[in-house]
Design a binder for this molecule. Structure first.
Ligand SMILES: [Zn+2]
Length: 318
């Protein structure tokens, strides 16, 4: 089962989160495979989406926020857009729009940042938005991390967190066709923590750097193949770790027939009727979960009726 564990390094200004998405990730891939409306993702796209799923789950678990965390990559390259969305209860969904040929060995750069203009946006969308309240969004260029060699998603996100939250962060991410996993180590903001009073800034940084160095020694293969207990023991056996109750991320989609009806309403009656003049029904497939929503002429006419004109949703004849 998919699992997420939070932990603290006792007496140190450092916290961590580790996630392994197994059944949740496999369900996302299985839905895509069995969706006849869409092609399965090429392997490099699948790996990027898996890393996005793991990273967004780590980030959602690491903040106190009631709403959805949405990670979007606006690519320039064969992948036009990639999205991972995680709700506060750690239910998640991902999708990507592939518009060109993907080389079998493509890295992040070749997928979404061919000319260096790709961007990554993190949006925090509050659950019960007050009137006039906006979602918070931070954007970082994909080539801002200035990592040597092939920049990875983890480099981009580490840079993002240092810039937007002023928090030093170490991220390790990996994904294959069975597991999407990640480890996040972050330096805690020091103020007000009685535990850390008296610790000099230099000393705090030293502790963080030591733990981050241990964390970044974790290889992709280890992250994908070992269970959480083994990973934490192998990396941090010399540290005193305080554990929290594990959480269970799962796949869930927030699409609904009502939302699709709203989309059709957005097209306008004329456009909707023109589609129906060419085919029997409007068939909308959810990009995230593969669910089909079919609206025939009668359903479509109802979409454009004023609320008062609609027949009751259920009618019982005695
Ligand atoms: Zn859906």
């Amino acid at each position: 089962m998919s699992e997420l564990h939070k932990f603290l390094f006792d007496g140190l200004p450092v916290r961590g989160v580790i996630v392994r998405l197994t059944d949740a990730w496999q369900e996302i891939l299985a839905r895509r495979r069995t969706d006849d409306a869409q092609a399965p993702w090429p392997w490099p796209v699948m790996r990027m989406l898996g890393e996005m799923a793991a990273a967004s789950t780590l980030m959602q678990a690491n903040i106190k926020f009631n709403g959805a965390l949405i990670m979007q990559i606006f690519g320039e390259g064969p992948v036009k857009v990639a999205v991972a969305e995680v709700q506060q209860d750690l239910s998640l969904r991902v999708t990507a729009k592939v518009v060109g040929e993907v080389a079998a060995d493509a890295h992040l750069q070749q997928l979404v940042n061919v000319h260096g203009r790709g961007r990554c946006a993190i949006t925090l969308d509050p659950k019960d938005r007050l009137p006039g309240q906006q979602a918070y969004q931070g954007v970082v260029p994909l080539n801002a991390s200035q990592a040597a060699g092939q920049p990875q998603l983890s480099d981009v996100l580490q840079h993002y967190m240092r810039q937007s939250e002023q928090l030093d962060t170490c991220l390790v991410l990996a994904a294959d066709e069975n597991v999407a996993a990640g480890l996040l180590i972050q330096r805690l903001p020091a103020e007000g923590d009685a535990n850390l009073q008296g610790m000099e800034a230099d000393e705090q940084m030293e502790h963080f750097n030591r733990v981050a160095t241990l964390a970044s020694s974790l290889t992709s293969d280890e992250l994908l193949q070992l269970d959480v207990e083994t990973i934490l023991r192998r990396l941090f056996w010399q540290e005193k770790i305080l554990r929290f109750d594990p959480q269970t991320p799962r796949f869930a989609c927030t699409c609904s027939r009502e939302r699709v009806a709203g989309m059709i309403r957005g097209l306008g009656q004329e456009e909707a009727e023109s589609i129906l003049s060419e085919r029997e029904e409007i068939d909308v497939t959810c990009d995230f979960c593969g669910q089909h929503y079919r609206f025939d002429a009668v359903d479509t006419a109802q979409v454009f009726m004023a609320p008062g004109d609609r027949p009751p949703a259920t009618s019982t004849v005695q």
